[in-house]
Design a protein around this ligand. Structure first.
Ligand code: HEM
Ligand code: HEM
Length: 176
């Protein structure tokens, strides 16, 4: 298995990033669904309890993934269409926006944020920064569910391509 991508398939690092982030996102959405539907239950506590810490891990992994995509830009498998390329760019945009909106709200509220014992930012006394709190309150969960919908569309498209005989089966590029 190659470290770098080739025009035929993604390499081991791109695959590790893709599937590790997919697993973490699945957990985030299970937790978010529990937050929405099962508030004040032990299930919600279990699934949502690490939401901020895992969300920040996804935020960090986003930058690693973009850097790796840029390093491999000239050699990765070509997109099947402009629509597929646009879909992937939209996924990237939301992978950044969703945690960034929550972090802006956390910062603007004046609360500190620690990540596994590491201080990411310390809180402050005094008034909240209204626009940061408002933007997070208005858009974090909304953008999060939009990301979930886009991921569902992404998975459906992979299997539609697999079924259509005149199209390239893209699954082996990322899997096996
Ligand atoms: C759960 C979150 C997921 C996200 C955020 C995501 C995102 C992406 C992105 C951005 C790409 C473009 C390559 C890259 O830049 O890494 C990609 C490619 C791909 N993904 Fe996903 N994906 C997810 C889940 C899945 C799942 C569950 C499947 C299995 C059906 C899948 C199958 C693929 C395949 C086959 C490709 C290669 C497509 C091609 O080469 O044209 N992905 N994914
Ligand atoms: C990619 C990472 C993330 C995803 C996919 C995600 C997704 C979501 C979703 C879909 C909801 C809505 C739940 C509902 O409808 O009740 C939510 C809520 C929440 N998230 Fe995240 N989140 C992520 C990262 C973060 C981060 C980094 C933080 C904190 C720094 C955070 C803090 C919260 C909080 C406090 C709520 C409950 C309040 C609200 O609905 O906005 N999330 N998240």
């Amino acid at each position: 298995m190659n470290i770098y991508d080739t025009p035929e398939k993604y390499g081991i690092i791109s695959r590790a990033l893709h599937w590790a982030m997919a697993a973490l996102l699945l957990w985030q959405f299970l937790g978010a669904a529990a937050h929405l539907l099962l508030s004040d239950t032990a299930i919600k506590g279990f699934l949502f309890g690490r939401h901020k810490a895992l969300g920040f891990l996804l935020f960090l992994l986003f930058f690693v993934r973009v850097a790796w995509a840029l390093i491999n830009a000239a050699k990765r498998p070509p997109s099947l269409s402009l629509a597929a390329k646009a879909g992937h760019i939209a996924l990237y945009a939301l992978l950044l926006a969703v945690p960034a909106l929550a972090l802006a709200r956390q910062y603007g509220s004046g609360r500190s944020f620690d990540w596994f014992g590491i201080s990411v930012f310390s809180g402050f006394e005094g008034n909240e920064i209204d626009w940061m709190v408002n933007i997070g309150n208005s858009f974090h969960s909304w953008a999060g569910w939009l990301l979930a919908a886009l991921i569902a569309g992404h998975i459906i498209m992979v299997f539609l391509h697999k079924k259509a005989s005149d199209q390239v089966d893209v699954l082996p590029r990322m899997w096996r």
